[in-house]
Design a protein around this ligand. Sequence first.
Ligand code: TRP
Length: 379
Amino acid sequence: MGKIILTGDRPTGRLHIGHYVGSLRRRVELQNSGLFDRIFVMIADAQALTDNADNPEKVRQNIIEVALDYMSAGLDPAKTTIFIQSQISELTELTFFYNNLVTVQRLQRNPTVKAEIQMRGFSDSDDNRAGTPVGFFCYPISQAADITAFKATTVPVGEDQEPMIEQTREIVRKFNSVYGPTLVEPEILLPDNAACLRLPGTDGKAKMSKSLGNCIYLSDSAEEVWAKVKSMYTDPGHLQVSDPGKVEGNTVFTYLDAFCKPEHFDKFADSFVGRKSSFEFHSLDEVKDQYRAGGLGDMMIKTFLNAVLNDTLEPIRTRRHELEKDIPYVYEVLRKGSEVAREVAAQTLADVKRSMKINYFDKGVLDELIKEQTEKYSK
Ligand code: TRP
C-alpha cells in the first residue's frame, strides 16, 4: 500500500512564519522527496466555520490568501492536490457515522479542544460565556474524517495537532474493530527541530497569533519584516552591549534556530561588522557563545536575523506577486483539486458504507436483501 499525505490549515488569516517552519516548509520537502504516492493539502474552510459561523466572509476571503501562500511557498499543483474542504460533501457524511464512535467525555478530554474553548471564551466558567458551538466541540471527529477519507498514512502538522491525530487513530481502531478492516491508521509527522515545534511571537509570547499581533507573515514586505524584527523581544536583562546576554527564551535566537543555515554565516557576514566592534562567526553556536559572553549587541543579531529571514522570504514574495497577477489560475487549481479530492473521498465513503452494510442499493446487495427478507416472511 502506498504512502499518502493529508494535511491542511484553517483559512482564518494569511499564513505566517510559524506555519512555515511548523509545517509548510516540511510539506514542500516531502512533496519533492518522491517518497509519497499522493499528497493532499486541504484548505479547511468548514472547520474554520465551526468558530466563525457569524463571519463567513472572513473565511471566504482567506481561502485565496492561504492558496497563494501555499503555492508561493512551493506547493506545486502538479504534485500536490490542493482543495477546499467544504466542497467535499462526503466528509460530512463520514463525520456523521464517526460521531457514533466517540463519546462526549472523550471529546472533553481532548487537550487542544479544551485549550481552544478557554481561549475563545466559550467555557461555562467564563463570565461572558458564549457557550461552545456543537460543531466546534466535535471538530476532532470531522478532522478524523478529513484524514481517513484520503486513507492518509502520514499527517505532517504542528505539535498542537497531536491530540487530533491521536483521536483519529482511536476512531480508526474502533471503526475497524466494529465493522471490519476498512480505514487506515495515520501517523503524525512533527517538525524535527525543537524551535520549529512552536515558534513564539515576535513579542516572545508562546504562540504566534493574529489576534496578538505578533506575527511575521509570509506575504510581509521586506520593510515590514525589518520593522517587526527591530521591535522583537530579546533578553530584557541585556541592557548594555557589553552585558552578558541570555540565549534561552530570546526570540531572536529561537528564530535563528528555526531559519539559519550554515551558508548564512558567509553570505551575511557583514551583519556582524559594526563601527565599534566586529565579529567573524562560522556557526550559530559561536554567535550564541559571544552573546552569552557579552559584547554582541541586539542590533547585530537582529540585522543578521533579518537577512536570514529574507533569504527564505524573498523567493516566496516574488512567487506570490506572480501568482497574484493570475487569480483565475489559482481558482482553477482549487476547483480541479477539489474535483480530484472528491473522487477519492467518495471511494472511501463507499468502502465505509459497505463495511457498515448500509449500502442497500449497491449492485447485488439489493438482490441479496430481497432474498433474505422474502425468505424471512415466507416462513
Ligand atoms: N486543525 C488544523 C488547524 O487548525 C486544520 C485541519 C483540518 C487539519 N483538518 C485537518 C490538519 C486534517 C491536518 C489534517 O490548522
